[in-house]
Structure formats: C-alpha cells, structure tokens
Write a protein that binds this ligand. Structure first.
Ligand code: HEM
Length: 516
C-alpha cells in the first residue's frame, strides 16, 4: 500500500492515475449508453411534457427541486389508485410498488427481491466497510438478540450515562436559560447514549471517538453516493481519495482495535471460557473486520435516533401544552419506586402517551419518504402480471400512507396522543399502536423480517432521552429566534441543523429519586 501511495504521489503516478480514471469514465459512459435499461412495463411519473432524454432530465430536475411534492404526486396519482409507477432519480429509476402489493413484497424471499442487496448498494458496503459484510451480516443478530432482549439488564446503565451526558452537554445551572443548537446538541447526546451500548466505557466518553462516531454516517452516505455508479475497480481507486472517510477510519482503528484485541484475548483466557464465553470461529476473529462490523452498526444506530429525537424536541417546543400530560404519565409510571428499579422495559412500555408522541412526531417528520427498498436479483412477476426485471430497485411510498386522510383521520394535523387514545387496554391488540411496531400503517422502521432490528433499543433510547428532558429541564423556543424548517433532499428529510432552543434545569423536586 505504501509503495502504491509513493508511486501515486510522483508525477508519473499522477498521470497514470488520470489515464486510468479517464478510461474508466469512458468505459462507464459506453456501458451506460449501450445498455438498454430493462424496466417494468409501467408508466413513469412525469413532471415534464417533453419526450425522450430531455423530458427525463426535466423529470429528474423536478424531483431534485421538490422531491416531497414529486413523491406525493406519485402517491396520489398512482399508489393511492392501486397502480405501480416508475420514479426517476439522479442515480436510478425506482419501481414504486402500489401499497396493495405490500404483503406480496414483504413475503418475497431475498433470492427474488433482496433487502440485503439493496442495502449493500445504498451503503456501498463492500467499499465503505469490508467485502465480508456484503455476504454475512451476523452483527445484525447482536442487535436483534442481545441488544433487544437485554434491555432490562442495561437500562439502568443507559440511564446513568444519559444523566452524565446531559450534565456534560447541557449543564445543571437552574438559574438561567441557555440557548443551544438543537441538532448539534441532540446528536452529541444520542451518540454518547448509543455508544454506551455499542462500545461501553471509557470509549463512550472519549471526545475524539465520539466525534468520529457522529461524523462517520454522513461520510459513509456521501462516499456511497459518489462512487455507486462506477465499476468496482474505479470505486476502489476513488476510495483512495475519500480523505474524510480515511481520517475517520484512522481514529476508529486507534480507539477500537486495542479494545477488540483485548476482548478477543479474554476469549482465549481459560478462566473467561469457564464463565461460559463461547470460543469464536477463527474466521470471525479478524479485529479489522470486527471493527468494520461495529462501524456498520454505528452508522445505523446513531443518525436515525438523532433525527427522530431532534424532531421530537422541535415538537415539544411547538406544543408546550402537552408537557404536563407527559410529565404526569412519567410521574405515575416511574414515580412509584423512585430508584434504579423503576427503569424497566415494562415501565417504558407503560408510557403510552410518550410513545404516541414519538410515533406522531416521526409520522409527520420521518427520516425517509420511501421504505422497503429491495433489489430484484432475478426477474420477478407480481400476482397482477407485472414483470420486475432483474436489477430493478423497488420501494413503496410510506410517507404517502402516513399522510393519507383515508387511512389516518386528520392526517396532516399533529395530534400527540392519537395513538394512546386508540389503545383499549388489551395488550395484544394495543401493540399495533406502539412506535416500535412495524405494520403497514407504521412503516417508520420498514416492514417484515427486514424491519429495523434496532427498533426496540431505539425506542428505549428515545424514551429515556425525552424523560430526561421532561423531568430535569424546561425547554422552549426563545423569542426572536427563527423556527426550525426541516428540508427534503431526494427521498430523505433532514432536520434543521441551524436553529436553537432554550434549556433551563428545573428546580422542581417533583421527580426526585427517578434519576438519582
Ligand atoms: C428511530 C430510530 C431508527 C429508525 C427510524 C430506523 C429505521 C430503519 C429502517 C427504515 C431500516 C430499513 C429496514 C428495511 O430495509 O426494510 C433500518 C435498518 C436497520 N437498522 Fe434501524 N432505525 C432506527 C434505529 C436503529 C438503531 C438504534 C439500531 C441499532 C442499534 C438500528 C440498526 C439497524 C440495522 C442494523 C439495520 C439493517 C441495515 C441494513 O440492512 O443494511 N436502527 N432501520
């Protein structure tokens, strides 16, 4: 690697690199124009009246300048009428399946419509992480298994870390209001909390590590967008120029490799084996690949909850009249035993108004408008006869359903406790109204066997965060400051990263004991 680097830094090396890149671009262009794209035989969603390539470019421009408007137009003109359509985006054409085919797509095996293959493209897993992760995602099972089933065991630790994180980032001065940038504060707090579970102490308090952990997700997505339409060998060359990503990897290696190596050594220790630690297959014991798996989890585990909680904070400030109702519920559920024993998953589940508030906030301000992204890895025929050719990207418009007045009454109105009111007291029936429940009415976490494996952990994290806010602080928009405006970029919605809100530590003793 060092010799390649020194060759590339010479003038000859630079020229050789340019020749390779130009050849690769030419090759890609030839392949692009020569290839007759195979697409399902359904209509394109059109914004332009022009035919051909010019019309296609205008359709893409329309999508770029108003992606939400375009997506909702597609939902209203096609999806809602039970029709599939094709959506042009800068990097690909999506087959947007009609919602009445949700079940069919959900049940389709990965050998036909593959979720992992779609995710490998979205994240460019092979290049952003490691080729081994493309074929085997066993690290997701840690999230599905221990991280989900063990919530009761680690909840008190998560709560303790949350208090430490808030004291560190917000402070405990009850005498005055502090103005803090919402996105930057929430993402720092969530990164600290999630890392308590991902890497533990002391790394979850290391500033350099936390910064990398927070920044790596945008870097991964940015890299994936830049490289995705090039052939593999060009991608490998391009990765060499992704300096931000390389810098982050350096920091990750510095902090994570010693920890991983230390833990692997523990597994070899006969005493720790006696304690029930199963030996791990040698092929799974490469510290570099284990680190890449951890980073892959990191990318999934931090940004989505940070976006979700940021929007919840905005909705808390927009709706001060709901604070007391949320606080009363917290007092009723957690106030019985005012010590660490009040922190159980069962108690978090009993906070149905808080749960409803988070779901409602996410329904109106989701991370993405489309869900259930799949890649056809062979030609697939749907039950209505539609052929989805191999290589087609498939998705559904979840946000259309979430805003559909025929599915959700007053769908465009924020109603914090709408899902709490729907509950009848029957635990089984009520489960469908929970934030973490992935259903066709709630696709925030996807749907089916590939629905987000971290959704129970995410729910616990969001709830602990918001309980901490409601119990220990007063929050509000400060007078004269601009209100946050989230923005849609293609299929994604980004919270406003520039606006602030006011924080003050409460003097009330009403919740004493709960966080002590
Ligand atoms: C509110 C927070 C979160 C939201 C809204 C969210 C949403 C999603 C969605 C929509 C998917 C794709 C599902 C599909 O393809 O059908 C997903 C996948 C995933 N999520 Fe989450 N998630 C959240 C938090 C978390 C957390 C905290 C973790 C880890 C602890 C996590 C781990 C994962 C993993 C490992 C995947 C699979 C990614 C892949 O297939 O490449 N998520 N999540």
């Amino acid at each position: 690697m060092a010799s390649i680097q020194s060759f590339l830094s010479t003038e000859g090396g630079f020229i050789a690199l340019r020749v390779i890149l130009l050849a690769a671009v030419a090759l890609t262009a030839i392949r692009y124009f020569a290839k007759k794209e195979r697409l399902p035989d359904v209509e394109f969603l059109r914004a332009s009246n022009k035919p051909g390539r010019a019309g296609g470019s205008e359709d893409i421009q329309a999508f770029l300048s108003d992606s939400l408007g375009t997506i909702m137009k597609g939902y209203n003109e096609y999806s809602k009428l039970g029709k599939h359509f094709l959506l042009r985006t800068p990097r690909q054409v999506y087959f947007i399946a009609a919602p009445n085919f949700l079940e069919e797509i959900r049940k389709m095996p990965d050998s036909k419509l593959s979720q992992p293959a779609a995710a490998n493209i979205i994240f460019q897993v092979k290049h952003n992480f490691h080729p081994d992760l493309e074929a085997d995602n066993y690290h997701f099972n840690v999230v599905r298994g221990k991280m989900t089933q063990g919530i009761n065991q680690y909840l008190p630790d998560l709560v303790a870390e949350t208090v430490h994180a808030f004291d560190f980032e917000v402070g405990s001065d009850a005498s005055q209001w502090r103005e803090l940038r919402t996105w930057s504060l929430v993402s720092k707090l969530v990164t600290r909390m999630a890392n308590k579970m991902l890497v533990g102490a002391p790394l979850c308090r290391n500033e350099e590590y936390l910064q990398m952990s927070c920044d790596i997700t945008p870097a991964v997505f940015d890299t994936a967008v830049k490289i995705r339409n090039y052939p593999d060998f060009v991608k490998s060359i391009m990765m060499y120029f992704m300096k931000t990503k390389e810098q982050q990897l350096k920091i990750a290696r510095k902090h994570l490799l010693p920890v991983i190596e230390g833990r692997l050594a523990l597994l070899d220790n006969p005493v720790s084996r006696e304690k029930g630690n199963k030996p791990v297959d040698t092929w799974k014991r490469n510290p570099e690949i284990l680190m890449q798996r951890l980073l892959h989890l990191n990318v999934n585990a931090i940004h989505a909850p940070a976006y979700t909680v940021t929007e919840c904070m905005v909705d808390l400030c927009k709706n001060p009249e709901i604070h007391e109702e949320l606080r009363a519920e917290i007092e009723q559920v957690l106030g019985k035993n005012r010590d660490a024993s009040c922190w159980t998953k069962e108690n978090l589940d009993r906070l149905v108004k808080l749960d409803s508030f988070i779901r409602e906030s996410s329904r109106l301000t989701p991370i993405s408008a489309v869900k259930m992204e799949r890649l056809a890895v062979q030609d697939v025929r749907l039950s209505d006869g539609t052929l989805i050719p191999r290589g087609t990207s498939v998705a559904v418009i979840a946000h259309g359903r979430h805003l559909d007045e025929d599915i959700i009454p007053n769908a465009r109105t924020f109603d914090a406790f709408r899902y709490a009111r729907l509950r009848t007291g029957d635990e089984m029936a009520d489960a469908e109204y929970a934030f973490a429940q992935a259903t066709s009415e709630n696709m925030l976490f996807g749907l089916g066997r590939h629905a987000c494996p971290g959704r129970q952990f995410a729910t616990a994290l969001c709830k602990v965060f918001l309980i901490c806010v409601l119990v220990r602080y007063d929050v509000k928009f400060l007078e004269g400051r601009p209100l946050p405006q989230g923005r849609w970029t293609q299929k994604f919605r980004n919270p406003d990263t520039t606006t602030t809100m006011g924080w003050q530590r409460t003097r009330s003793t009403r919740f004493d004991g709960i966080f002590d």
